[in-house]
Design a protein around this ligand. Structure first.
Ligand code: NDP
Length: 253
């Protein structure tokens, strides 16, 4: 039995990495998808791939910091598929890097806008569409911000810690409406974002060693965890920060 049969999902950050892998897995599991990101070409390629595999997806390109885009994604889901059951608010950026005194307010705001305000806007428009039948909202946080600090990544860490606060607040606000709200907390995952940390063998090895499993994750491993949170398998799970971090949080070596 497919685990998301006839469910309707919005997946943001679907042009790449974790979002792309999750969109493909959700479609394999029977979900009808609205896929979102800024790059139209990548979204079109994903839709084609999903359709060829027998799935159902439509794309709408835009920027998650735009309120009108958050609204349009929900409108599209309702128009095309008649309901909304799952919102995977996953789009994110590493954003402003550097010593905190050198980070401009503009760069700080850009990072917070995408990672935290984008998550808020997603929820703001997805929640009303779920009030009748319930649903599952998932936000992508990070081990940076949840578990560890990281030098020169203050804006990213603050935005990802903010996502956890948002998750907990919404879980209490909408539990009575059967809307479950959870945060996925990935460890290092092999995506273009991870490459921004550095691609030299030394950096790659250092990042692996941060994890108890002594490796980083594939996007597909994150997709399986997002599937758990999206599906009825997690029907009594809300307000959690689900660590899928290869043991970063408990590793001391
Ligand atoms: P990628 O860089 O591969 O993907 C990021 C996605 O977000 C892309 O699809 C990008 O699409 C989209 N995106 C970024 N900014 C915007 C924006 N302003 N509007 C719309 N879409 C946007 O990275 P990951 O897959 O690794 O990242 C997914 C999530 O996982 C992020 O929230 C990240 O913070 C989190 N994470 C990642 C970790 C890792 O090690 N990779 C570890 C912990 C958390 P486009 O450019 O087309 O707009």
């Amino acid at each position: 039995m497919k685990r998301l049969l006839d469910k309707v999902a919005i997946v943001t950050g679907a042009s790449s990495g974790i979002g792309r892998a999750t969109a493909k897995l959700f479609a394999e599991e029977g979900a009808k998808l609205v896929v979102a990101a800024r790059r139209q070409q990548e979204l079109d390629a994903l839709v084609k791939e999903i359709s060829h595999a027998g799935g159902s997806a439509i794309a709408l390109a835009g920027d998650v910091i735009e309120e009108s885009y958050a609204e349009a994604l929900v409108d599209l889901a309702l128009q095309e598929y008649g309901s909304l059951d799952i919102g995977f608010n996953n789009a994110g950026t590493l954003g402003a890097s550097g010593s905190t005194p050198d980070i401009t307010l503009e760069a700080w705001n850009d990072t917070i806008n995408t990672n935290l305000n984008g998550a808020f806007l997603g929820a703001k428009y997805q929640i009303p569409a779920m009030l009748r039948a319930g649903g599952s909202l998932i936000f992508t946080s990070s081990f940076v911000g949840h578990t560890i600090g990281m030098p020169e990544k203050a804006a990213y860490a603050a935005s990802k810690a903010g996502v956890i606060g948002l998750t907990k607040a919404l879980a209490t606000e909408y539990g009575a409406h059967s809307i479950r709200v959870n945060a996925l907390v990935p460890g290092g995952t092999n995506t273009p974002m991870a490459e921004e940390f550095g691609t030299s063998p030394e950096v790659v090895e250092f990042v692996k060693q941060m994890h108890a499993l002594k490796r980083t994750a594939t996007p597909e491993e994150m997709a399986k965890s997002a599937l758990y949170l999206a599906s009825d398998d997690s029907s009594f799970t809300t307000g959690t920060t689900m660590l899928v971090d290869g043991g970063v949080s408990i590793n001391k070596t």
